[in-house]
Design a binder for this molecule. Structure first.
Ligand code: ATP
Length: 319
């Protein structure tokens, strides 16, 4: 059984064969496995942690391609469901010249949106130590109920709950109405990761520290704001620290945040020792920064997610 179970998104990303264009000008697209929660599950497996993926794809060739990809990476896919009546979600993703990503989702009535509470593998959750999820599966009504029910099963079983905000504006018909739903996910978690833009979206204006205070809730143990090439800001009850990342030449930033989460959770899977020692927590975040940084050095998230020895070598070179 897996130590960390990742709940959420597993889909086909169609990525342009040529970089630096928007979706309008992209000449052709290549299919690639994607989905934030799935990236975290693969990232963990590459770092040597037993991970599982819980979600739903269509019982179609794309769904089977995704399942085979995760299985080949050593991710436990027993909690993955196949829908005979709905198709696997698709996203067209481009990386423009200015580094901004553009998403076009094809997930109307897709299999992941049809994930029912009755299909949750309760035993797989209860056997794990950490339950990780994000807001992507909260955007569709049925999957929202299933996501929150799975998180509640995890909380009742005493798992640590980890949440990546992962705001995807294109998935929400009304962004203002999205805020309370995204916060409902965040309030279930003791470990939260979000970007500076997501922090600005969720918290009223103010400096980073005040915004973090606004999101803090009694069960929270760690709030991390990722800041791209600059690294991350780590907030605990005791302190706020800035942790710089290593220098890399980024090729494609897709999945950097998911790599970061995998780097972080591989340390937290052993218990709360890192959370109780500020120095150890800083070291863990340096490791997570390096995983995120290395994830940017190849095209696509899954191909770039590093193994532990590559992360340690990059950290040693940076010293
Ligand atoms: P998403 O993958 O959803 O865009 P995100 O916005 O959280 O997630 P980033 O902040 O871009 O992702 O990256 C996550 C982490 O990866 C950063 O905190 C940093 O540690 C590392 N990282 C990302 N880009 C770079 C870079 N160019 N150089 C060094 N480290 C980077």
């Amino acid at each position: 059984m897996a130590d960390i179970i990742c709940f959420g998104d597993l889909l086909i990303d169609f990525v342009p064969t040529q970089t630096g264009t928007g979706l309008i000008d992209a000449p052709a697209f290549k299919k690639a496995p994607g989905g934030a929660a799935a990236n975290v599950a693969v990232g963990l497996a590459r770092l040597g942690v037993a991970s599982a993926f819980m979600g739903k794809v269509g019982n179609d060739p794309f769904g089977h391609f995704l399942a085979q990809t995760l299985e080949a990476e050593g991710v436990d896919i027993r909690p993955l469901r196949f829908d005979p009546t709905a198709r696997t979600s698709l996203a067209f993703v481009s990386l423009r010249e200015d580094g901004e990503r553009e998403f076009l989702f094809y997930r109307e009535n897709s299999a992941d949106q049809n994930f029912r509470v009755s299909e949750i593998d309760k035993a797989a959750i209860e056997a794990a130590r950490i339950f990780h999820f994000d807001s992507i599966s909260l955007a569709a009504e049925r999957a929202r109920g299933t996501t929150l029910a799975a998180a509640d099963i995890a909380a009742d079983a005493g798992l640590t709950i980890s949440y990546d905000v992962n705001l995807r504006p294109a998935l929400w018909a009304d962004l203002d109405a999205a805020r309370p739903t995204i916060l409902a996910g965040l309030r279930r978690a003791s470990i939260v990761k979000l970007s500076e833009e997501e922090l600005a979206f969720l918290a009223a204006n103010g400096d980073l520290e005040r915004a973090c205070q606004q999101l803090w809730h009694p069960a929270m143990k760690l709030l991390i704001v990722t800041r791209g090439a600059e690294g991350c800001t780590v907030v605990t009850e005791r302190c706020v620290s800035e942790i710089t990342s290593i220098a890399v030449t980024p090729v494609d930033t897709t999945g950097a945040g998911d790599g970061f989460v995998a780097g972080l959770l591989q340390g937290l899977v052993g218990g709360d020792a890192y959370l109780e020692d500020d120095g150890a927590l800083r070291e863990l975040c340096r490791f997570a920064n390096a995983v995120g940084a290395l994830t940017t050095t190849e095209r696509g998230a899954i191909p770039a997610l590093p193994r532990r020895d590559a992360v340690l070598a990059a950290l040693a070179r940076a010293e």
